[in-house]
Design a binder for this molecule. Structure first.
Ligand code: ZN
Length: 102
């Protein structure tokens, strides 16, 4: 388990706070607000590697589709995270978080 930190907006605290990003290997498992302890779990373990690779290519070539999906179906989108975070973990997590916390 690797823990990284990032400044993200917390809906509970209603402000930008320090968050812990818990990684299992290269995959993000959960995000936790250090201030109020609210935790957001990601269940990407069920994903098949082939599916992840497919998502990676789709996400890379269809950023607009990804954003549309994220705003319409945040939880379904969360399950697509692993493919994308393999590329730019911190940047992606920050973008994703800001999308679902809007
Ligand atoms: Zn908080």
């Amino acid at each position: 388990m690797t823990i990284e930190h990032a400044q993200l907006y917390c809906e509970t605290c209603e402000k930008v706070t320090n968050h812990e990003l818990h990684y299992a290997g290269r995959l993000l498992e959960s995000v936790r607000c250090s201030r109020c302890e609210t935790q957001f779990e990601l269940s990407q373990r069920a994903l098949l590697p082939a599916y992840v690779r497919d998502l990676e290519s789709r996400i890379a070539s269809k950023p607009r589709r990804m954003l549309h999906r994220a705003t319409r179906d945040p939880l379904g989108f969360a399950r697509q995270l692993p493919g994308a975070i393999l590329r730019q973990p911190r940047k992606f997590v920050r973008e994703f978080w800001s999308l679902i916390r809007r």
